[in-house]
Design a protein around this ligand. Structure first.
Ligand SMILES: *Cc1c(COP(=O)(O)O)cnc(C)c1O
Length: 448
């Protein structure tokens, strides 16, 4: 208990030169908490040491004030991971938009007439031309697109959705919940595995406004199952003066060997409204891209909710730069597509190059693995790939996985071995990876 009296005054602790060059407001708040904590520890019979306390304060200060977002090497082979920030950008694209961010720009300024312009115009003409739609709108993410559409057209009215499509996407997006937030009434039809056109037809009544089709982004119903195509839904809606809306989820355009219907394909006979994410297979930044009939998009623009879902100029710049790459067929500068289209011989070559450089301490060996699109895209589609399995004698795979994770390399465990999948490892990460592995080896060898 005598120790309690030994704790110096806060001001005195703060004067220690180890705290020079720190932000005093943050430092003081940390110190108050630490002192309270130390008091409790002393009351519980623990001993106290001033130097230890001061070092703890400094450590906490450093951890709080440093950048918590760190660059990660994604060696999992899962290309789109919401936990790892979904799509990444090519450096050329970032360099291109840099001057537009360090200077003013004409985001909402019409240079021709010298008056207020429209922030959405920057992208809409490009989107309209590319996808052959009447109009377009960008919001914060696809969840916002769903919310805005349902709220604008179906508040207090019914939205018909197949039971097989009431999807939950990671990150707490659930169609029934979004429907509730939008004030729309969900009208479920069909069964989990089967819905036919008559199910929709029979559900139509004077309260119906929208028939919504949601892409089964992250699962597939196999076996005895059927769903109604968006074209049939469009036809049914036209006959009944309803709005046909397709929540496409991922928004695949081109460049990957897969069975996913492309947006270009879907837009040959476009639904009245469709929406998709900017940072899934489209390969750009977080956004919700809405395409559709002009009179409907105009109504979306009138909804005051849009002001709360408005996108920043960075979003617009990144989406535009990505779209330009689709237009010029420069897929190599859309890393999401680039990674998902790497061919197997290229991956093998990269695996061999890396494997030859990894120390035998890790028992590296080239193995065949399956990569995934991830992020609620292309469920059940695997992409054959090559990886390198690592194994240190006497050390569990889970421990090596943890050590690598602490060094900012995220891996998967495959057949009880830590595996580096080449598909998601970027060229400029190879040398970093090798030096991380060398450091791990040295640290282990020194401990032995
Ligand atoms: C991913 C997804 C969403 C949510 O999109 P975010 O851009 O993550 O908000 C909505 N619907 C479907 C079908 C999806 O796949």
């Amino acid at each position: 208990m005598q120790d309690l009296k030994k704790i110096p005054q806060i001001e005195k602790i703060l004067k220690n030169p180890i705290f020079d060059n720190t932000n005093k407001i943050i430092l003081k708040n940390i110190t108050i908490n630490k002192i309270n904590h130390t008091r409790n520890q002393i009351l519980n019979g623990q001993s106290y040491n001033l130097e230890h306390l001061e070092n703890e304060i400094l450590d906490e200060y450093k951890s709080i004030t440093s950048n918590t977002l760190k660059p990660i090497i994604n060696a999992t082979g899962v290309v789109l991971q919401t936990n790892l920030g979904r799509s990444v950008f090519h450096k050329n694209l970032l360099n291109e938009i840099l001057p537009l961010l360090s200077h003013y720009n004409n985001l909402e300024y019409n240079l021709k007439i010298g008056k207020r312009g429209e922030r959405y115009d920057h992208l809409t003409s490009m989107l309209k031309a590319m996808f052959n739609t009447e109009s377009a709108l960008i919001v914060n993410n696809n969840a916002a697109a769903v919310l805005l559409i349902l709220n604008t057209f179906a508040k207090d009215y019914e939205v018909i959705v197949s039971r097989g499509e009431l999807v939950e996407i990671g990150g707490s997006f659930r169609i029934p919940e979004v429907m509730k937030s939008a004030g729309a009434i969900l009208k479920e039809v069909g069964a989990t595995n089967k819905t036919n056109l008559n199910d929709y037809k029979n559900a139509i009544n004077e309260k119906s406004k929208i028939i919504m089709k949601a892409h089964k982004s992250n699962f597939e119903i196999l076996g005895f199952s059927s769903e109604v195509s968006i074209n049939d839904i469009t036809k049914l809606c036209n006959e009944n003066h309803l709005i046909d809306y397709y929540d496409l989820g991922s928004g695949y355009i081109k460049g990957i060997d897969c069975n996913e219907p492309s947006l270009l394909e879907i837009c040959k006979n476009p639904p009245s409204l469709l929406s998709f994410s900017g940072d899934k297979l489209f390969g750009s930044t977080q956004a919700g891209i809405i395409l559709g009939k002009k009179y409907l998009i105009d109504q979306l623009k009138q909804n005051h909710l849009l002001r709360a879902l408005r996108v920043d100029k960075i979003t617009i710049l990144l989406l535009q730069a990505t779209l330009q790459r689709y237009i010029t067929n420069n897929i190599a500068e859309i890393p999401t597509i680039n990674m998902l289209s790497k061919d197997i011989s290229q991956l093998h070559k990269q695996a061999k190059f890396l494997c030859d450089r990894i120390d035998s301490f890790f028992n590296p060996s080239i193995i065949e693995v399956d990569s995934l699109a991830g992020g609620g895209s292309l469920p059940n589609k695997t992409f054959k790939s090559f990886g390198i399995s690592l194994q240190i004698k006497g050390i569990k795979a889970s421990e090596l996985e943890k050590t690598l994770r602490e060094n900012l390399v995220i891996t998967r465990i495959y057949n009880n071995k830590v595996t580096l999948d080449m598909r998601t490892i970027q060229d400029d990460e190879i040398e970093i990876l090798i030096s991380i592995l060398n450091n791990i080896k040295n640290a282990r060898s020194n401990n032995e």
